[in-house]
Design a protein around this ligand. Structure first.
Ligand SMILES: [Mg+2]
Length: 364
């Protein structure tokens, strides 16, 4: 980039969604709104880049971290090398922790810088990353937790009817898990436990998961960083996915070593720069990245662009719910189980001004 950054701004959005369920407890309280933190960077030439920092239930804190920790590392500067800037910023803020809100904030700014740089170069994100451009990528339907076998069967069947080749459940009990396979034909099935089980409970579920030919078991146990137990579960015959709660390339090397399906989340892990490093580590180790991407703004677009660095088997996570609105104009939707990749320039994210005005939340 040749022009200095003039401003870094955050916009908090809270967009309601419907999923046909009862808001069963993955999150700290009932989950029926997407909270997100948009990051808008403008340079001295008036060019604008957009990013997204993870904001579920924590958007006020994340926006504050962008404003107070990360923005001063960017404003007034010319950023020529975004990964080098990212690493320097990690060092500058490390005393606030290497996980969580500080790195979420870094992620949002990193994404916005990549968007800005790619736009300045007239390239799509895939081109800016030096990856292979793809017209579309395969997606899976990521169902919310219903806790009800009938609802699981209804929505799993609906997703397969719509062309999704894979469906992921967020169920933790045997009956709802068992309800999906009979309605799914040959479609792939995954089960995400969000760290609900003990190691003993996970082992007790293995026969059921194998019987239903689960492609991967995601975050089965608490704490999420108990990689030794995840590796042990793989030795007992189930592929494991994990990583949405981990940040930085350093931490992810342990995940890449431990399990089959590392799951970096671009709005949490450190942004595009860090995701790219993890993609290289996974490729070198023969592991298949399955990105965590239940997003509805720039994080969604950034993940699609990052597929230029991923193998054919990688699947895009599409959260199977109905938001009241989409933050980006022309957000590409799944069609026959694939999601088109925007051609750019940049991420391809263009905010819908009406949606931003309507769903912006105050406070910062
Ligand atoms: Mg998950």
């Amino acid at each position: 980039m040749t022009a200095p950054v003039r401003s870094v701004d955050t916009i908090r959005l809270s967009i309601p969604f419907e999923d046909g369920g009862r808001g069963e407890g993955i999150t700290p309280s009932r989950w029926h709104r997407f909270d997100m933190v948009l990051v808008r960077i403008e340079d001295a030439d008036g060019m604008v880049g957009w990013g997204e920092a993870f904001g579920y239930f924590c958007s006020t804190a994340v926006a504050a971290a962008v404003d107070e920790l990360i923005a001063p590392q960017v404003t007034g500067r010319v950023i020529e090398d975004i990964p080098a800037w990212n690493l320097a910023t990690q060092k500058a803020i490390h005393l606030f922790g290497r996980y969580g809100i500080g790195i979420f904030a870094l992620s949002g700014v990193d994404i916005a810088l990549w968007d800005l740089q790619a736009k300045r170069e007239g390239k799509s994100l895939a081109e800016a990353l030096g990856g292979r451009s793809r017209a579309s990528v395969p997606a899976y339907a990521s169902l919310v937790r219903y806790g009800d076998p009938e609802l699981v069967a209804r929505y799993a069947a609906e997703a397969v009817m719509q062309g999704f080749g894979h469906v992921k459940l967020h169920e933790i009990a045997a009956q709802p898990i068992a309800a999906a396979r009979p309605v799914m034909g040959n479609a792939g099935l995954m089960v995400d436990v969000n760290c609900n089980w003990s190691v003993d409970e996970a082992q007790a579920m293995l026969p059921l998961l194998r019987q239903h030919e689960v492609l991967w078991l995601e975050e089965p146990v608490f704490p999420p960083e108990d990689y030794a137990s995840l590796a042990e579960l793989e030795r007992q015959g189930i592929a494991v996915g994990a990583g949405e709660n981990a940040c930085t390339q350093f931490e992810f090397r342990r995940i890449v070593d431990a399990i089959a399906y590392p799951q970096p989340s671009v709005t949490k892990v450190g942004g595009i720069s860090v995701f790219r490093e993890i993609a290289a580590d996974a490729a070198a180790s023969g592991k298949t990245i399955m990105p965590h991407s239940p997003y509805f703004g720039p994080g969604y677009f950034a993940t699609l662009g990052l597929f230029s660095l991923l193998p054919e088997e990688s699947l895009f996570e599409f959260l199977y719910v109905h938001p009241k609105a989409w933050a980006g104009r022309s957000t590409p939707m799944p069609d026959g189980g694939r999601v088109p990749v925007p051609a750019g320039p940049g991420l391809g994210f263009e905010p819908d001004a009406d949606v931003l005005a309507r769903y912006a939340t105050g406070g910062r």
